[in-house]
Design a protein. Structure first.
Length: 305
């Protein structure tokens, strides 16, 4: 990982001007805003003076206190089926993008405790992992140390990314936009900062989701208190296209799992059921995935250099 290169991609989240890095703080050379470095991690989150960030503070505090061992380790050590689902979700999230084999830079949006960053790093990317929670950023660093990959964690607001315009090859989000007051603002920031491609992977508006909610497999609200904003694939594609990107994949598919694996995941991980379960899920998505509860949208900037 080229840390110097990744530092050059970062900018003031207020005005997008250059940052001056000092041992204990970061100062914007444009607007003069000062940001702290907490436990060695840059906190590049703009401070709003009108109280508009109160819900963001609640979100950050909630994820600061998440179970550190589970968040750092998942999906490592989890039941086989749970690990397969997450690997399959990641595979689907990149399979239409013509990404370079080497030299890829990536930013994860709402990156949590670094699971997405680990996937991308193992795919060859140099990764900045952003999340509103300092605790999540610290867990991302611990994950990298434990599992042997490199990542640059940053505390940031997905609706005001501390990233230069059109500077990062790939902007990537997995189940993060639905945390935001405005998923559209998060998408706009991804489009602003992407040099080449974006990958959006979120809950989709779907009848399957409504059914899953009714039977207790899905929720309208997360434990952190935020409403789960499920995305309309057509509306997202229209916004992405209007910003000068070519949508190369806009697909819904079915996949249901809890944040923490339960009894069903353990049962479906039994050797005698693995192949049957995977075959059945792939067959369903081949026939009826278009009504599924998950969305992956991948797009490439039309005039990428």
């Amino acid at each position: 990982m080229d840390t110097v290169l990744l530092l050059q991609l970062l900018a003031c989240p207020h005005c997008h001007n250059d940052l001056e890095w000092q041992p204990d703080e970061i100062r914007c050379t444009g607007c003069g805003a000062v940001y702290e470095i907490a436990d060695g991690i840059p906190v590049l989150r703009p401070v709003e003076s009108d109280g508009a960030d109160a819900q963001k503070d609640v979100q950050a505090a909630y994820f600061d206190e998440a179970d550190p061992e589970f968040e750092v380790s998942r999906p490592h050590g989890m039941p086989w089926f749970y690990r397969w689902l997450l690997a399959e979700k990641f595979r689907r999230s990149l399979d239409a993008l013509p990404l370079p084999a080497a030299g890829l830079t990536a930013v994860t949006v709402c990156g949590g405790s670094g699971m997405d960053a680990e996937f991308l790093a193992r795919a060859g990317a140099s990764v900045i992992s952003t999340d509103i929670s300092l605790g999540a950023a610290q867990r991302t660093r611990e994950r990298a140390e434990r599992y042997g990959f490199e990542v640059f964690p940053v505390v940031a607001d997905a609706m005001a990314l501390p990233v230069r315009d059109r500077s990062v090859d790939l902007l990537y989000v997995h189940d993060g936009l639905h945390h935001l007051d405005s998923p559209e603002a998060g998408i706009r920031e991804m489009l602003r900062t992407s040099r080449f491609a974006i990958s959006i992977n979120e809950p989709a508006q779907a009848r399957a989701t409504m059914l899953a909610t009714r039977v207790g497999l899905s929720e309208h609200y997360e434990e952190a208190g935020n409403f789960i904003a499920r995305l309309d694939p057509k509306a997202v594609a229209a916004k992405v296209s209007a910003a000068g990107f070519e949508v190369v994949k806009n697909e819904r598919y079915a996949m249901v799992y809890r944040h923490a694996p339960g009894r069903a995941a353990r049962i479906l991980s039994l050797p005698g059921l693995r192949n049957l379960t995977v075959t059945a899920l792939r067959a369903f998505n081949a026939v009826a995935g278009g009504i599924g509860n998950k969305l992956t949208l991948q797009a490439v900037r039309k005039d990428a250099a």
